[in-house]
Design a protein around this ligand. Structure first.
Ligand code: CP
Ligand code: NVA
Length: 313
């Protein structure tokens, strides 16, 4: 039977098989090629998308809104200042109502559980646009960017340095363990990704051939094909800023660290927004090895691919 993702939510990539992820990446590359040719398609005509945001966003909101709107769909942006999300009426009731009016829902916010409840009660596809635990659409864009630089990502090595327990590091660990991409997290022990997720990913990795490493040793960047970092304090953790700067300063990505990989063609990745001078120096993120801007563009193509795969029969 041909692979179909019609009707599916994307809450975490743990729910997607390696073949399904590869399918989405292939579709993303196709969607990107169509966009470069300037093809005008109206595949979301007659469809509606609710964009729920508890946290701020530039890329994710713009990617969903433009990808859906330019194909004739009608996206509606709803922040917590606009609608009830568990206050005044239950989340379940909001989900039921949204499900009667929208073809799909994007949720960005704090709890993963909110995305799960929205999916369960709305009965329409729900896309996780970032929660405290996962950022799956980001990981798809990251792997598309890696593929664009290196072709097959199996056997390549992606090294993440910084806050190893954050949503971006966790999602990268999941996607790499499924696709056979070696993944190293370099982080102080206090910020290790949680044991349960590590266990799950190591088991997935044993099937795909990926090597998953968690270490505090910055020398583990040696051999990296891609060096990735993210902000030291994620949204919702602003009170931890001083503590994080102290803990993570030795893990900054600068040119010296890029050179330490020992590979001339190592690329630099960052999900953005970046705090230049903290997790990465300006010369690296704005320099020739950086693919951060392609990565940002790829958010749109991968998000469009996810919506096409799940909304169009
Ligand atoms: N990378 C990312 O999710 O960016 P935004 O927070 O701007 O959406
Ligand atoms: N880890 C960051 C990612 C932002 C895209 C955060 O959650 O704020």
């Amino acid at each position: 039977m041909p692979l179909s993702l019609y009707g599916r939510s994307l809450l975490t990539l743990l729910d997607y098989s390696p073949d399904e992820i590869r399918f989405l990446l292939k579709l993303s590359a196709k969607v990107k090629a169509e966009a470069k040719k300037g093809r005008i398609l109206r595949r979301f005509q007659g469809k509606t998308l609710a964009l729920l945001f508890e946290k701020r966003s530039t890329r994710t909101r713009c990617a969903f809104e433009t990808a859906f709107g330019e194909e004739g769909g009608h996206p509606v942006f709803l922040s917590t200042a606009d609608i009830q999300l568990g206050s005044k009426e239950s989340l379940e009731d909001t989900a039921r109502v949204l499900g009667r009016m929208f073809s799909a829902i994007q949720f960005r916010g704090f709890k993963q559980e909110t995305a799960e409840v929205l999916a369960k009660y709305s009965q329409v596809p729900v896309y996780n646009g970032l929660t405290d635990l996962y950022h799956p659409t980001q990981a798809l864009a990251d792997l598309l960017t890696l593929e664009e630089s290196f072709g097959d990502v199996k056997g390549k090595t992606l090294v993440f340095t910084g806050d190893g327990r954050n949503n971006v590091a966790r999602s990268l660990m999941v996607i790499c363990s499924k696709l056979g991409t070696n993944f190293t997290v370099i982080t102080p022990a206090e910020l290790n990704p949680d044991e349960e997720l590590q266990k799950k990913c190591r088991s997935l990795a044993s099937a795909s051939g990926a090597i998953i490493t968690v270490t505090s040793d910055i020398n583990a960047v040696t051999g990296a094909d891609a060096l990735y970092t993210d902000v030291w304090t994620s949204m919702g953790e602003e009170d931890k800023k001083d503590e994080r700067v102290k803990l993570l300063t030795p893990y900054q990505v600068n040119q010296k660290l890029m050179d330490k990989t020992g590979k001339k063609n190592t690329i630099f990745l960052h999900c953005l927004p970046a705090v230049k001078g903290e997790e990465v120096t300006a010369d690296v993120i704005d320099g020739p090895q950086s693919k951060a801007w392609d990565q940002a563009e790829n958010r749109k193509h991968t998000i469009k691919a996810v919506m096409l795969a799940t909304l169009i029969k």
